[in-house]
Ligand binder design. Structure first.
Ligand SMILES: Cc1ncc(COP(=O)(O)O)c(C=O)c1O
Length: 361
């Protein structure tokens, strides 16, 4: 079986060494030394000043929305994972969907202004597959209308824009460190902001509002993460360059192998430190996509319709986004992970070509 993704596991001895320390200290959670060490090392690795490690990428989004005190309508992308939208609704706000750019698949800045009304308080956009949103144009619009900006950077670990970490953009950026992500801590996530006040507010929100053992600063939640999760991150972080290199090779190898296939790709050229976190392809039709999924499945190969259905089409949302609807009906992510072999990639490519060359399949 070839899965669509496989979590990276570090050399076991590395993790064991961290476990040894946990047993010695008997400190398992509540902002322990490994959580602090992970935050420090991530800041160093990403070249950023401020971040908080949290329980997952979804609670990161919810904390971001809460910290900014957002109410009313939030302009967002229909082409993302459901957590982008569900977090907005969970926090009592209304998602207003703006269509995506057909090449980069990120929110279309030219369409944002038309969606702004007196109830709009923010823009929440996703750097989908690690492809940066048009951050300068989005900030211009936000400044013009006094809106806050949150970026869902769940896929964007390590990516840069204009020489800076992508997580430096917007009022708050978030990331997911879920096991399926490029860098992971089994479950985990982060919030990033350059504003020290916002950081402080988010640190209260992450820990039930605690401001000392008997004092509370507002309503909080349990957004913390454990020493065991931090240990996994600390064991994986030194491997990141090797992981990215492998994925880049696989990405390029796929592109060569799939040269004869009538597909297109999201635009990923000119991205600084692009991270190759996914390998999405766009078929010419949904019919081709469904036939391809079937043949892959019959041969024990996983693939995922990341991201389908469009988030404007959920039973608790609405919105007209033809570019996103069309994209999500035709997009498929192929397997990409550190141990995927060249032979396995060849097999996947052959199967996809077989579908194209046999209209009767
Ligand atoms: C774009 C996007 N946002 C948010 C999330 C939620 O992250 P988590 O699974 O860590 O809660 C995910 C992934 O799962 C995602 O792909």
């Amino acid at each position: 079986m070839i899965p669509v993704t496989k979590p990276f596991l570090p050399p076991k001895a590395e993790y064991d060494a961290y476990l040894h320390g946990i047993w010695e200290r008997n400190w398992l959670t509540n902002n322990g030394p490994l959580v602090n060490e992970l935050e420090l090392k991530l800041k160093e690795n990403l070249g950023i000043d401020q971040m908080l490690y949290v329980g997952n990428g979804t609670i990161a989004l919810q904390i971001a929305i809460k910290a900014l005190g957002l109410k009313g309508e939030i302009i967002t992308t229909p082409f993302s994972y459901v957590a982008t939208t569900s977090s907005i609704v969970w926090e009592g706000c209304t998602p207003v969907f703006v269509d995506i750019l057909p090449d980069r698949l990120t929110i279309d800045p030219a369409m944002i202004e038309a969606a702004i009304n007196p109830k709009t308080t923010a823009i929440l956009a996703t750097h989908i597959y690690g492809i940066p949103c048009e951050v300068a144009r989005i900030q211009e619009i936000a400044d013009k209308y006094g809106l806050k900006v949150i970026y869902d950077g769940a896929h964007a670990f390590g990516v840069k824009v204009n020489g800076k970490s992508i997580f430096e953009y917007g009022d708050i950026s978030t990331c997911s460190f879920h096991a399926t992500k490029l860098f992971h801590t089994i479950e985990g996530g982060a919030v990033f902001t350059k504003d020290p006040e916002l950081l402080k507010r988010m640190s209260y929100l992450r820990n039930f509002g605690h401001d000392g053992p008997e004092k509370f600063n507002g309503v909080g939640v349990n957004g913390k993460n454990s020493e065991f999760h931090a240990a996994m991150g600390l064991s994986i972080l030194p491997e990141m360059e090797e992981i990215k290199k492998k994925r880049k090779d696989q990405f390029q190898h796929y592109k060569k192998l799939l040269g004869g296939l009538k597909i297109t790709y999201p635009e990923t050229s000119n991205i600084e430190n692009y991270n190759y976190s996914y390998f999405p392809i766009l078929f010419s039709s949904e019919d081709q996509l469904l036939k391809s999924i079937k043949i892959l499945q019959e041969n024990g190969i996983g693939s995922r319709r990341y991201f389908y259905p469009g988030l404007n089409l959920l039973d608790y949302t609405s919105g007209c986004c033809p570019v996103s609807d069309d994209t999500s009906s035709r997009v498929l992510c192929l397997p990409i992970y550190h141990t995927l072999s060249k032979e396995e990639q060849i097999m996947i490519a052959r199967l996809l070509l077989r579908v194209q060359n046999n209209p009767n399949l």
